[in-house]
Design a protein around this ligand. Structure first.
Ligand SMILES: CC(C)(COP(=O)(O)OP(=O)(O)OC[C@H]1O[C@@H](n2cnc3c(N)ncnc32)[C@H](O)[C@@H]1OP(=O)(O)O)[C@@H](O)C(=O)NCCC(=O)NCCS
Length: 183
């Protein structure tokens, strides 16, 4: 598969990284990447929801090969801490403050340590910061994912707490909840 090839230098110039939005035609690219990158299997409704206006999804291309992805959703502030709390659930008054929840961020192994995840993260931070109602970015990371934890901690994310048995079908099942405060 072309995307699994090792990164090649571009003759006469720097390799080009391009970030593009996701549309109905490119949803299958996100699905293909997620299948390789994450142990979690995402549903059809997850992919369809990426096309909703308040979602944020990007694909990263390296010299034309599709090698990375980020997906985020906008949700009421506090939802990641307690999704069943009355103030965030159905029937609650409309939220005025929000958080951007990062569902996935991943880059194919041969293309890591090239700054591609940094570019994807920057694009999400920029979008979140431009929305005055978004207070923070949050995500869960499996507790043994040292690469990801180091990546986020070095970029200003802090660990809020461990969530026991967050992943039903993974080992270890526990996650850290991380946040990056915007305002
Ligand atoms: C975590 C992950 C997304 C990082 O992706 P990445 O593209 O390698 O990230 P970057 O290249 O932007 O940065 C990684 C490191 O490479 C370094 N780097 C970037 N460009 C570099 C270069 N040209 N030369 C050397 N090092 C470089 C960065 O400084 C960074 O180091 P640091 O974290 O110690 O500061 C990746 O490991 C991954 O996809 N993991 C699997 C999926 C996953 O677990 N995702 C997280 C949970 S959602």
């Amino acid at each position: 598969m072309a995307v699994m090839n090792a990164p090649a230098a571009v003759a006469g110039g720097k390799p080009a990284v391009e970030l593009v939005g996701v549309d109905a035609l490119s949803l299958s690219r996100v699905r293909n990447l997620n299948t390789v990158l994450f142990p979690v299997r995402y549903t059809g409704s997850f992919y369809k929801s990426l096309l909703l206006p308040e979602q944020f999804a990007r694909l990263a291309f390296y010299n034309g090969a599709c090698v990375g992805t980020i997906t985020c959703r906008k949700q009421p502030l506090g939802f990641a801490d307690s999704p069943t709390a009355p103030h965030t659930g159905y029937g609650a008054p409309p939220a005025v403050d929000f958080e951007m929840y990062m569902m996935t961020l991943g880059v194919l192994a041969p293309y890591r340590r090239l700054g591609i995840a940094q570019g994807l993260l920057d694009s999400a931070v920029e979008a979140a910061a431009a929305d005055q109602t978004v207070r923070r970015i949050v995500l869960h990371v499996q507790i043994d994912n040292d690469d990801a934890l180091r990546f986020y901690h070095r970029r200003g994310f802090t660990t809020l707490r461990m969530v026991e048995r967050y992943y039903k079908a993974l080992e270890p099942p526990h996650a850290y909840l991380l946040q990056y405060r915007l305002r």
